[in-house]
Design a protein around this ligand. Sequence first.
Ligand code: SF4
Ligand code: SF4
Length: 187
Amino acid sequence: MATTVKTVARPAGLRRKLYLIAIIEGMWVTFRHLMKNWIGNLFGQRQKTDIATLSYPEEKKAYPERSRGLHRLMKREDGEVRCVACMMCPTVCPAHCITIVPEEAPSGSIEKRPRIFEIDELRCVVCGLCVEACPCDAIRMDTGIHAPPTLRRADAILDKEALLSRGETSIATQGGVGPFWREKVKA
Ligand code: SF4
Ligand code: SF4
């Protein structure tokens, strides 16, 4: 089938050409809302329903349950960090903002743990891939906290202690429950 090109003429007319009318229409909407709020404020009845912005921080928006906040590292039942320094999260991180230096773990239950675990929250793009990649529920982003503002770049780098300070005990099975997880979930 032959392809044809249909040329659409540029709409003519003074109204289209004069942006002034569109500007006046836009300004009228702004002015209407301004007056509505101003009169409402005088009588203590500020309009609530069609205000798009909130008076933050007095008014705060409720975040969805699965929103991603500041990172935290989870702990084992003995209080030790759950991370086994498998390097999955720094490998998958698209922003290369996770630094892990592993060391041999003293206890017999795991072989490795992180000696250094740092996340540069300024470089983080909050994609959540580190949480998805972790095989042992060691890292979460469920704090509901924003990355705090900092004056120095170095202050935005959270170390192991800072990440563990919000950590709680996780009883997730290390590495999942294996290939028969459906049967185990049913049981
Ligand atoms: S949320 Fe994404 S960018 Fe941030 S540390 Fe995790 S993987 Fe990296
Ligand atoms: S993926 Fe999990 S266990 Fe592996 S290094 Fe990252 S936090 Fe530690």
